[in-house]
Design a protein around this ligand. Structure first.
Ligand code: PLP
Length: 288
């Protein structure tokens, strides 16, 4: 029996171009990128090129990107890092009831440390209303975290509208874009976010690698203290192999987004298959 794999929201295969680009870093380039001698230099160059590729997809400066072990770590870092940095200012976080466990569970953990968290509900299509987010804000609110695209039903949240509200109240805004990056545009200035999480294995990079966009000047504590890797924001000798994979995957994604193939394919299916059109016509995803 031939099997067909369609669950690309759970995970994607590694793209052949990604695997190919990673190969030399399994065998030839083993130097520590923090060293200044011949062995470290190519590793550092490849690592910074990968950071640039991620930044290009997100429309930000490479200094605003750190590599992580994936979406879960990026989400943990955003929530805990902002809480630890700003808890003297306020302890309230606003999020939604439909976030991935890597948002909900860090929130539960922070509640044990004194955080107050409001979990805003969604409508029957899984969409949160920006006005409900605004109503949840208090004088104590330090962070709003709303996912970009939902991992269960695909609903896309009105991130840019929520960002305007966050800005109005001078509150930091994070989005878990694990299911969005590479599939729809996720340029940080268009979205208006201060923090954005990327999960590599949702866009044809390997599992175990991701990134966190941190807008310049955002107060955030490190989760892993040590030597000054990633601008002091995440200690540990860099994983060049995985970063190179994520970098190439982001470059490919940027190209694919220009081609808009996924959208065309979806629209084609809708045209050809009316029951699908009827079924999906309610979903926010179709407004994109
Ligand atoms: C919306 C969302 N956020 C975060 C994650 C976690 O990403 P990772 O598996 O890279 O830790 C996932 C993965 O399923 C996800 O769908």
């Amino acid at each position: 029996m031939q099997t067909i794999y369609l669950d690309y929201n759970a995970s994607t295969p590694i793209a052949p171009e990604v695997a190919e680009a990673m190969k030399p870093f399994l065998t030839d380039y083993y130097g520590n990128p923090s060293t200044t001698h011949w062995a470290g230099k190519p590793a550092r160059q490849a690592y910074e090129k990968a950071r640039q590729q991620v930044a290009d997809l997100l429309g930000c400066d490479p200094e605003e990107v750190i590599f992580t072990s994936g979406g879960s770590e990026s989400n943990n870092h955003a929530l805990k890092g902002v809480f630890f940095a700003l808890k003297e200012k306020g302890t309230h976080i606003v999020t939604t009831q439909i976030e991935h466990p890597s948002i909900i569970n860090p929130c539960k953990f922070l509640e044990k440390l004194g955080a107050k968290v409001t979990y805003v509900g969604v409508d029957r299509f899984g969409q949160v209303s920006p006005s409900d987010i605004e109503k949840a804000i208090t004088n104590e609110t330090i962070l709003i975290s709303v996912m970009h695209a939902n991992n269960e039903v695909g609903t896309i949240q009105p991130i840019a509208d929520i960002a305007k509200i966050a800005k109005k109240y001078n509150i930091l805004f994070h989005t878990d874009a694990a299911q969005a990056v590479g599939k729809i545009p996720t340029r940080v200035d268009e979205l208006g976010v201060d923090l954005l999480s990327v999960a590599g294995h949702k866009l044809y990079a390997p599992k175990g690698v991701g990134a966190l966009y941190i807008r310049r000047g955002t107060p955030i504590e490190s989760l892993v203290h040590g030597a000054g890797h990633e601008g002091g924001r995440r200690a540990g000798t860099e994983n060049i192999l995985l970063a190179v994979g994520l970098g190439i995957a982001c470059e490919l994604a940027a190209e694919n987004l220009k081609n808009a193939t996924t959208k065309e394919l979806r629209d084609y299916l809708m045209r050809k298959w009316p029951p699908l059109r009827q079924e999906m016509s309610h979903y926010a995803v179709l407004r994109q």
